[in-house]
Design a protein around this ligand. Structure first.
Ligand SMILES: [Zn+2]
Length: 102
């Protein structure tokens, strides 16, 4: 593979290739500029919605548990911390536990 690794995954920090100005628009997907895999994009969306408080922590946990968190220990520290924070939440706790500051 001689492709330039011009992107870094926002979730796992892996370097990967994505052709941003590619003329081959058919194979171009917008998330390719943020993360390396569709699975990491789904995680990215959950964390984004949680951070923006579009979904509460219980919803975020439910969604995260449906995802493949393989390689979690190698994710970006910041990402790992947020995921850890979400997964630690007891189901009985209310959404008020959402921190107002990041
Ligand atoms: Zn990734």
């Amino acid at each position: 593979m001689s492709e330039t690794l011009n992107h870094t995954c926002s979730i796992c920090g892996s370097k990967y290739h994505a052709c941003v100005g590619c003329s081959d628009v058919k194979s171009f997907t917008p998330w390719k500029t943020i993360v390396d895999t569709i699975e990491h994009y789904k995680i990215f969306i959950i964390l984004r919605d949680y951070t923006n408080q579009t979904i509460d922590v219980n919803e975020a946990k439910k969604l995260l548990l449906q995802r493949d968190l393989v390689g979690l220990e190698n994710f970006n520290l910041e990402i790992k911390n947020v995921i850890g924070e979400i997964l630690e939440i007891e189901d009985s706790k209310e959404a008020k536990v959402i921190k107002s500051k990041k």
